[in-house]
Design a protein. Structure first.
Length: 327
């Protein structure tokens, strides 16, 4: 019988090998790992390929599957006393859910990455998230977790055991490595932890330190939705401008048609009345002549000189003005 010659390794085979190396063994619970376009599961000694609905290999940050939450984490380390980490949870639409920035006292950059992961998993549990995709740009952290059983005496052993326990709880979780360019939001939140005053902060609203990075990821992941949001924003600005123009036009009309203006000088109310002169008879119009097609001379109260045909009359309470004298 002729032996079958193995076919050359394909990109799918490499993906399957990478998936198997990332699968976390839990003796009591089965975990579903959704990380790659193709999975390889072993069933009674037979290899079975199961296709998932994940998008193909991408060149940018991508949202999680519908029903999942995605956690991106990153650590920041300058010294033992200047270290921290950050992370962001985003929905399947790419929208912001919550972020965090936390200070740590750790001895290495790897420790800051591990502490950031632990912090993110705790927050996920507090928010009752049961389907989670975790991404980090720290390859050494991923390798450490892949072979956690080989590091029982590691200096980070206590934190490793805590993280392993969190990963093994009753939820569906995946863990994958991504390039730094896909992890910019988490990087900004981690950098923010080094300069903030408080020890720990949850970001329910997108902070200014990560706003530009978040919007860039969101627009790339949802170009149609982002364009719709920009269009709505432009429409709102246009509507506001039109409303201001209409209000300005109304105010201008009111100023042109008003025949009297009340001005408060201290506690005394004075009425500036337009003295109307009948061109035909040469008589001075009464107070009842206002608003009958007369052209009023504009006036300015202040340092400007008031025209002769404008008179300021102080009005006492309940006093009626029967006529207007002509200077």
């Amino acid at each position: 019988m002729e032996e079958e010659t193995p076919s050359p390794s394909s990109p799918q085979d490499e993906c399957m090998q990478d998936l198997n190396s990332n699968h976390m063994d839990n003796t009591n619970k089965q975990q579903e790992i959704h990380m790659l376009p193709m999975q390889s599961l072993s069933t009674k000694g037979k290899s079975t390929d199961i296709k998932t609905n994940l998008p193909p290999i991408r060149k940018q940050w991508m949202p999680p599957l519908e029903g999942y939450m995605k956690l991106n984490i990153d650590g920041a380390w300058k010294s033992e006393n200047v270290a921290g980490g950050g992370g962001v949870f985003r929905r399947h639409t790419g929208s912001w859910f919550v972020g965090f920035s936390t200070k740590f006292r750790v001895h290495s950059p790897l420790a800051s990455e591990l502490y950031a992961l632990r912090e993110g998993l705790k927050i996920a549990k507090n928010f009752l998230i049961d389907k989670l995709e975790v991404e980090t740009d720290a390859l050494n952290l991923k390798l450490l977790l892949d072979k956690v059983k080989d590091h029982t005496h590691h200096e980070l052993g206590p934190v490793l055991r805590e993280v392993t326990q969190l990963l093994g709880e009753n939820w569906i979780i995946s863990f994958s490595h991504i390039p730094k360019t896909y992890n910019r939001v988490a990087h900004a939140l981690a950098a923010h932890s080094l300069i903030m005053v408080v020890q720990h902060k949850l970001h329910y609203i997108i902070p200014s330190c990560a706003k530009e990075e978040y919007e860039g990821d969101f627009e790339k992941a949802n170009p149609a939705y982002a364009e719709e949001m920009r269009r709505n924003a432009r429409d709102q600005v246009r509507a506001m401008c039109n409303a201001r123009k209409e209000n300005a036009a109304k105010n201008n009309n009111i100023a042109q048609t008003s025949s009297a203006t009340e001005i408060v000088f201290g506690s005394i109310v004075s009425t500036i009345k337009q003295v109307m002169q009948d061109k035909d008879s040469g008589k001075v119009g009464s107070n009842t002549d206002k608003g009958k097609g007369k052209a009023f001379v504009p006036f300015v109260v202040g340092s400007s000189t008031i025209p002769k045909d404008i008179e300021i009359v102080e009005v006492e309470d309940d006093e009626e003005i029967n006529s207007v004298t002509n200077n």
